[in-house]
Design a protein around this ligand. Structure first.
Ligand SMILES: [Zn+2]
Length: 600
């Protein structure tokens, strides 16, 4: 199946007026240019959720959510992008058409998958050849059966430097072989050689069963090489979104609504062959929130089965919060101190493991066992609670955030209200450092006039007329910005405007990848002020920005002067004089003529 072409998605967005769509869910009231309601995504008494009919976006000044009509439906109905597109297409009676992926993309991902398919076969055959004997013996000695080896197409990469490369070279270009991650380039003569050598090979597939990459394990551990080596990120291998084994186990997971999560390929295979067929493992990276999001499509519950040692328990804690953030019920299976799922199953068998699974602790019980709050000092308690709040604070669902905080309060025997207050204070503090210095409708607090200037210029780049945007492209640069977050936003905005200077402002957020920048820009869009003299504000802000930088430079020179040798002093004094002159000339340099300049 192809994907829905960009222009169809645009057509669907155009045909679904955001005010109409949102009104079906919430009572909207018009106030000024926008519509307002109490936010459906956080608990509030006054309306801070607003919808802009002209820009076709929504934004909540309370909790910071925002986006276009598709984002709203996704958030509100808890739909995937594809599902939201489908729903809005039906609403507007637009037939969905699919396109094939672009020829270039098609050829690359198609070829890369084909190449991996070949590599899987080659490694698998080699495992069952004479040169693979030691590897096969090793797998058998670890209790992996031939049936499992065949089912998961395990393989062996021999020691030879160009074993795989020489077999692929006839069919694929060197460039593509390099892109696949199966080969690396020699620094000396740029020649390609195999990335995986003398390793047992575990093919990794995406959840639809397309080959994506490999994990390779040393049979004998040595000090020089990593025990596990994984494919690098490639166009077909995104580690943060791929779970090992999900292509095989997804149906069982869907049926049981439950997934067992383990850390490694060996743990996975051992569980699978002992009849635990609703299992997944991370692949080449720790368990991420993207993994949780992926798993959420199939399961309601996750049971974490990590190593029994200290490192395993820490990994459990991290994973537990990733899983909880996406509203999977989480339980923790506890293994004896020096066991992992693989070793435990081989020693104790499936039934014992099954019992452990049945006894797996609910998350809060695990936290109690992990922290043992009753034995903690006050300082330890407050540190632990601080860390936990930090995790909870980034849960996307505010209701879930609050429920979790209440549980934590119970666990550590702290007053709920105090902790909830702390949660909100913590979030407003960590955001106020960056994101929400400039909140909503209230008068803005800027630390300096320079900061205000940086902010207004961003607002103009998004909202103002074409001549002002053009002047922005010519005169603004991230090096002029002091505020780190605003600098990042400017950088992202300039990139978008450089590709398309006349992009409708409501479409800009769709082009921004970073979620924080995106939300901030949506906020800028909602704050557009009518009746301001854009050109004057632009010039004033630009002058302010220059002035801020000149002043900082002047202060720096003054500090230099204090330590300068007598030979250096005249030069520094001269620079200071030039600096004062430059400040005086700002009015002459920046006037309305800057909007007339032709592009060079
Ligand atoms: Zn809200």
């Amino acid at each position: 199946m192809g994907k829905i072409p960009e222009y169809t998605i645009e057509k669907i967005k155009d045909a679904n007026d955001i005010v109409d769509v949102v009104s079906a869910y919430l009572p909207l009231k018009r106030k000024g240019a926008n519509y307002w309601a109490r936010c459906p995504f956080h608990d509030e008494k006054t309306a801070s959720f607003s919808v802009s009919p002209s820009k076709q976006i929504y934004h909540c000044f309370g909790c910071g959510v925002g986006g276009n009509v598709l984002n709203f439906v996704m958030e509100y109905e808890k739909l995937s992008f594809g599902e939201a597109v489908k729903m809005l297409a039906e609403r507007a009676n637009i037939p969905l058409e699919f396109e094939q992926v672009s020829p270039r993309e098609q050829s690359d991902t198609g070829k890369l998958r084909g190449m991996h398919m070949r590599a899987i076969d080659i490694y698998h055959e080699t495992l069952y050849s004479a040169s693979g004997k030691a590897a096969l013996d090793y797998l058998h000695s670890r209790g992996i059966s031939d049936e499992t080896i065949r089912a998961f197409k395990l393989g062996y990469a021999p020691e030879t430097w160009d074993f795989l490369v020489s077999r692929l070279a006839g069919s694929y270009s060197g460039e593509l072989i390099f892109l696949s991650g199966l080969a690396v380039r020699s620094e000396k003569d740029n020649r390609l050689f195999d990335r995986f050598r003398e390793r047992v090979m575990f093919p990794v597939y995406d959840d639809r069963g397309n080959p994506a990459g490999f994990g390779g394990r040393l049979m004998k551990e040595n000090a020089k090489d990593a025990k596990y080596l994984n494919s690098p990120e490639t166009p077909i291998y995104n580690k943060r979104r791929i779970l090992y084994g999900l292509n095989v186990t997804r149906e069982m997971i869907r049926r049981e609504k439950k997934a067992l999560i383990v850390e490694g390929y060996m743990d996975f295979l051992q569980l699978y062959q002992h009849g635990f067929v609703n299992v997944v493992a991370g692949s080449g990276t720790a368990f991420t929130r993207e993994h949780a999001q992926l798993l959420r499509r199939f399961a309601d519950e996750a049971v974490l089965c990590y190593d029994g040692d200290e490192a395993g328990q820490k990994a459990t804690l991290r994973t537990a919060f990733s899983v909880a953030a996406y509203k999977l019920d989480c339980r923790v299976l506890r293994l004896p101190q020096d066991e992992d799922p693989d070793s435990y199953l081989r020693k104790e068998g499936a039934e014992a493991f099954f019992r452990l699974e049945a006894e797996a602790l609910p998350l809060m019980e695990f936290l109690r066992a992990y922290y043992q709050p009753s034995g903690m000092s006050i300082r330890q308690k407050s540190d632990a609670v601080g860390q936990l709040l930090e995790e909870i604070r980034s849960f996307p669902d505010p209701v879930y955030r609050e429920m979790f905080t209440r549980e934590i309060a119970k666990l550590f025997k702290i007053d709920e209200i105090t902790l909830l207050r702390q949660l909100n204070r913590q979030s407003s503090r960590s955001q106020s450092a960056e994101k929400n210095v400039f909140t909503g409708e209230k008068p803005k607090h800027f630390k300096t006039q320079g900061e205000a200037a940086e902010y207004f210029l961003l607002q103009l780049l998004v909202n103002a007329s074409l001549p002002v945007r053009k002047a922005g492209l010519r005169y603004l640069s991230p090096v002029l910005y002091r505020h780190p977050f605003l600098k990042q936003v400017l950088d992202a905005l300039l990139e978008v405007l450089n590709t398309n200077i006349s992009i409708p402002s409501g479409h800009i957020p769709d082009k921004i990848a970073d979620p924080k920048c995106k939300q901030f820009i949506i906020q800028l869009l909602m704050e557009e002020q009518n009746g301001i003299d854009e050109e004057k504000l632009f010039i004033d802000s630009l002058k302010q920005l220059e002035l801020q930088n000149l002043k900082l430079e002047y202060d720096r020179l003054t500090r230099e002067l204090a330590d300068a040798s007598s030979a250096e002093i005249p030069l520094i004094v001269k620079k200071q004089m030039e600096n004062r002159e430059a400040r005086k000339k700002l009015d002459i340099r920046y006037n309305k003529d800057i909007f007339l300049e032709v592009e060079t």
